[in-house]
Design a protein around this ligand. Sequence first.
Ligand code: G3P
Length: 210
Amino acid sequence: LIAALFIIAYLIGSISTAVWIGKAYYGVDIRQHGSGNSGATNTFRVLGKKPGTIVMLIDIFKGWVATSLAALLVIFNAVPADDLIFYQLAMGALAVVGHIFPVYERFKGGKGVATLLGMMLAIHLEVALMCMIIFVIVLFTSRYVSLGSMIAALAFPILLLLPRFHPDNPILIIFGFVVFAVVVLTHRKNINRLINGEESKANIKLGLRK
Ligand code: G3P
């Protein structure tokens, strides 16, 4: 059961929402436009608000479902309840890996942010919601989605260090810092563009502009 669920988590993450919606409804391969990223941000930028919102919600949902499915392992007595967090982290991480390296799209996927958010919502709702607020604040002040994503990813483990949000298992904090490192890695091109002043700014009213 454990192996089967791990594979399912990866396959759920691999669902390349942005590429498939772009091709099916707009005849566009999102990876050849805008930032070239197969994610919600680039869908907003290239195709508009409606498909952008749909891609964002599905990508968040992928992370949430894959993480939540770990509960089946406890329900079917495959693992002790105390170990649930490890399996949630493993399955959420596999969904994120699937999103970044999708098996159906020659392993060329997105940056993992929306799927990570879904995972974090399933694991620590309160802190995940605070990270969303931080993301929105950074987005509205800087108009850089990528900067908002990275700062929100850093905020997650930092908030967990506060006594009020301290998780039962400190593994979550370590995992949060590893996730931040992964987010920085997937945003390397964005970081270069930010440094050179070439990163595209979000047009808050109309979606995103190049
Ligand atoms: O979630 C991805 C976002 O942080 C950046 O996307 O398309 O601007 O590279 P993009």
